[in-house]
Design a binder for this molecule. Structure first.
Ligand code: ADP
Ligand code: MG
Length: 503
């Protein structure tokens, strides 16, 4: 309807807008090529969960933040672990673990506490009341919960937990990775806890099946890779589920984007630009995608496709889909590509793909190109330029044998905007580019940056200082689109303000 996908609507040329032809039509050959695709191998990762195709209701909310304060980290001595290990062994000898499994959590906890108190009294361990209380908690967590992980799981300020064998546990807080003093008794205890996590979704980790993905009851994503693949004990990675997703206004408060930049993003979301959010792991892609979706009109039919449901759309007319890993026999897998292709038969107005990783990119581009304006997705890359290259290689890896130029034309005809999220070296997360894909010059895709983050230096505390600037392009390429939705004034005001600040 707008410039790129047909008549240009007579947009006056911006100072350095390139006038490349932007009238790409989806080639008729596209479908034929599609059918001739070679199957591509998926990541060898075997996911544990076998979630239904249509995602379930979101996981129950965790207790309110006030009820789960960040526990001060106490340094535990070797003698503490030694005592704990002795008490634990005595407990295992005394108690019938299978009986515990039939009890409710509170009674099981009571039972364990009684026995442990007896053991401490009989064996005459010297410890203060508070030490004893700590030991009791610890042991209950080991037997009934996720052991040493419990205090970390209870903290809302942690984004990721990374366990590299029994002795090394790292967390990410405020964008920074730090080592904790949490330890597992030994690699066996760590493996047992991994086992407990994956058993909740009906799977096992062992030598014959050492890689597993799972989900905790609170929605956190878990990956386990066990020996012999992981050499120094099991490696466990948890991306904690954040129930309260950040909003664009919060991102402004954190300095991730300027107020005017946020205004541009809101308009981009509203006026149905096709958007890819590019960024590295943990750079804030999903957060940003979630933010953008909140500017979609209430009456649009939206279909989301994700590997593990994270997005929280506020609109009423949403269908949420989730991929499914193969079962133990290696059957029944539903890939992202299957979902995106099926989406097209569901009369979507917008398609949102949680993370584009493989050949589904081609289907998403086709969808963007054929009337599903306003589709969005995230992609793993470190700059808008790299994002474009990644798309090309994903198309190639999918076995589509299209000439490079054709692929680029499809990309140019499909994607309007790339938003780049970056985690800077001081741990802060920033939106570093809002970039338009505007056309081709020869065989090269031409882009123009609407907003850039200009790094100025560091302050005394090593925090990066900088500001969001405009590159002074005048009119953005999606101007007509903004005008159609009655947003051109708002857009002009936001861009002028960015330019003025920079000037
Ligand atoms: N601008 C930001 N400022 C502070 N924290 C952020 C910001 N963006 C995202 N986060 C947090 O960073 C973590 C990772 O974000 P996420 O969007 O899941 O990253 P990605 O999808 O790129 O892996 C989450 O805990 C999220 O709440
Ligand atoms: Mg993500």
């Amino acid at each position: 309807m707008f410039g790129k996908r047909g008549n240009s609507g007579g947009t006056p040329a911006a100072p350095h807008t390139h006038q490349a032809p932007r009238t790409y039509e989806a080639p008729g050959a596209g479908t034929a090529v599609l059918d001739a695709e070679k199957p591509i191998s998926r990541e060898p990762v075997e996911r544990v969960s076998a979630p239904p195709l249509v995602a379930e209701a979101p996981p129950p909310p965790p207790p309110p933040a006030a009820a789960r304060p960040a526990q001060p980290q106490r340094t535990r001595s070797d003698s503490y672990y030694d005592t704990k290990s002795q008490v634990f062994s005595a407990l295992i000898e005394t108690i019938d673990l299978s009986q515990l499994a039939n009890m409710d959590q509170d009674s099981a906890r009571e039972e364990i506490r009684d026995i442990v108190n007896d053991i401490i009294a009989i064996k005459n361990f010297a410890m203060s009341i508070s030490e004893q209380e700590e030991l009791l908690e610890d042991i209950c967590n080991d037997v009934l919960g996720y052991g040493p992980l419990e205090p970390l799981l209870a903290r809302d300020d942690i984004a990721d937990i990374m366990v590299n064998g029994a002795q090394k546990v790292y967390i990410e807080v405020n964008g920074k990775v730090e080592q904790t003093n949490i330890r597992f008794r030994d690699n066996q205890q760590l493996l047992n806890i991994c086992q407990r996590i994956v058993s909740q979704v009906g799977r096992r980790v062992d030598e014959s099946s050492p890689i597993c993905d799972a989900r905790l009851p609170d929605g956190s994503r878990v990956n386990v890779i066990a020996p012999p693949l992981s050499i120094d004990g099991a490696s466990l990675t948890i991306r904690k589920f954040k129930k309260d997703k950040l909003t664009l206004d919060q991102l402004v408060r954190f300095g991730a984007i300027s107020p005017e930049g946020a205004e541009v993003l809101k308009i981009i979301g509203r006026v149905r630009c096709n958007v890819l959010i590019s960024g590295g792991t943990g750079s804030g892609k999903t957060t940003l995608l979630n933010c953008l979706t909140s500017y979609i009109d209430k009456d649009e039919r939206i279909i989301t496709c994700e590997d593990s449901a994270e997005l929280q759309l506020q609109q009423p007319h949403v269908v949420r889909l989730e991929t499914r890993p193969p079962n133990l026999e290696g059957e029944g897998e539903i890939t992202m590509r299957d979902l995106v292709r099926n989406c097209l038969r569901m009369r979507p107005e917008r398609i949102i793909v949680g993370e584009v990783r493989g050949p589904e990119v081609f289907d998403l581009l086709q969808a963007m190109n054929t009337g599903h304006d306003g589709s969005m997705g995230t992609i793993h890359s470190n700059s808008p330029r790299e994002c474009l290259n990644r798309i090309e290689s994903m198309v190639a890896m999918g076995g589509f044998t299209l000439p490079q130029r054709t692929v680029r034309e499809i990309i140019v005809g499909s994607i309007d905007v790339i938003v780049q999220a970056t985690r800077l070296r001081d741990g802060s997360r920033r939106i570093t580019h809002i970039t338009e894909v505007i056309g081709m010059e020869g065989d090269v895709i031409i882009t123009q940056d609407l907003v850039l983050y200009d790094m100025k230096g560091e302050d005394a505390n090593g925090r990066i200082i900088g500001e969001h600037v405009s590159t002074g392009i005048g009119r953005p390429h999606f101007w007509d689109r903004a005008r159609y939705y009655g947003e051109e004034r708002r857009l002009a005001t936001a861009l002028e303000a960015i330019e003025k600040q920079a000037g």
